[in-house]
Design a protein around this ligand. Structure first.
Ligand code: NAP
Length: 299
């Protein structure tokens, strides 16, 4: 199996991959895609469940998306995941979109149905719910939540999921305030938008149970914690969507302050597990998938 395939490979899928065993019948579409750890995670899950299929990377550019999706049934695919920049654009090309994904305004899991039609769901939100349960021991729907970066793709999905779960308070903060205001208007009460200042961020953390970082702050080495250290306190729950093997600056600062904190590796794992369950039914082999993901991060 190659590190990644292209649209031109997909056009001649049987010719290009016909010799592969198990056959490649799942993929992630992205641009760029080479960094994606989804193949290692899903291939560990497929092997764990003894399923005769493999998962690869497909480098698909924005202007290739419609054709690539259209080729999936003929190429024998079970489904695909979508990553940047396809999560919103793909909605135009798929007839049957789950209501929760429509509310989020983005999809990340495509299913090739038995009749060759495509349907889609979004597993990022459900992945977060399971991650908060597994890592922080809490039920998302019972928590007052502050979402930092609520105007970005991940932040919006998280904000909508908080609303779907029934969170009693949802505070949306975003560097560009208008984006948080627009999400807040869409969600209605109990969502509200606040301006992005150290004072508001610091103040609001005393009024919520959980703070979620959905900004990209903390991804690059040396970047500071997105939350001022003095705002962190024992008892606060902190979830940083940035995925890393080590502590992110926010997680490190939160643990130092006595808060309970986790990074986004578990959200990545559980969104993948949910996609797996949509494609194959039953429970995903989460431990095998976790080992695959962790090994990929260490490689
Ligand atoms: P995106 O759509 O580009 O959004 C980026 C967000 O970060 C926006 O809200 C942006 O604010 C904010 N931001 C960027 N630089 C900032 C700064 N210096 N100060 C304050 N805010 C800043 O990206 P995305 O796809 O939502 O990804 C956001 C994060 O979520 C990334 O770290 C990604 O790794 C993570 N993520 C994790 C998972 C998972 O499974 N764990 C899944 C998806 C995403 P403006 O609107 O003002 O630009």
């Amino acid at each position: 199996m190659k590190d990644f395939y292209t649209l031109s490979d997909l056009r001649h899928w049987q010719e290009v991959t016909g010799g592969e065993s198990p056959p490649i019948r799942l993929a992630v579409f992205g641009d760029p895609v080479i960094h994606s750890r989804s193949p290692q995670m899903h291939n560990a899950g497929l092997a764990g469940r003894g399923i005769d299929a493999r998962y690869c990377r497909l480098h698909i550019r924005e202007d290739e998306l419609e054709e690539a999706l259209g080729l999936l049934p003929g190429a024998g695919f079970i489904g695909v995941n979508l990553t940047i920049p396809h999560k919103v654009a793909a909605m135009r090309h798929i007839g049957n979109i789950a209501p929760a994904a429509r509310a989020i305004g983005a999809i990340n899991t495509v299913i090739v149905e038995a009749d060759g039609s495509l349907s889609a769901q979004n597993t990022d939100g459900p992945g977060l719910v399971r991650a908060v349960q597994a890592e922080l021991g809490a039920e998302l729907g019972k928590l007052r939540v502050a979402v930092l970066g609520a105007g970005g793709g991940a932040g919006r999905a998280i904000a909508v999921q908080c609303r779907l779960e029934g969170c009693p308070r949802i505070v949306l903060l975003n560097r560009t305030l208008e984006k948080a205001q627009s999400v807040a208007r869409e969600l209605g009460a109990p969502a509200e938008a606040l301006p992005w200042t150290p004072e508001t961020i610091g103040g609001i953390l005393h009024e919520v149970d959980l703070v979620i970082n959905a900004t990209s702050m903390g991804m690059k080495p040396g970047e500071p914690s997105v939350v001022p250290a003095e705002a962190l306190r024992p008892g606060l729950l902190v979830y940083d969507t940035i995925y890393t093997e080590n502590h992110t600056p926010l997680v490190a600062a939160a643990l130092k302050a006595g808060a309970r904190a986790a990074n986004g590796l578990s959200m990545l794992l559980y969104q993948g597990a949910r996609s797996f369950e949509i494609w194959f039914g039953g429970e995903a082999p989460v431990e095998a998938m976790r080992r695959g993901l962790t090994a990929a991060h260490q490689a």
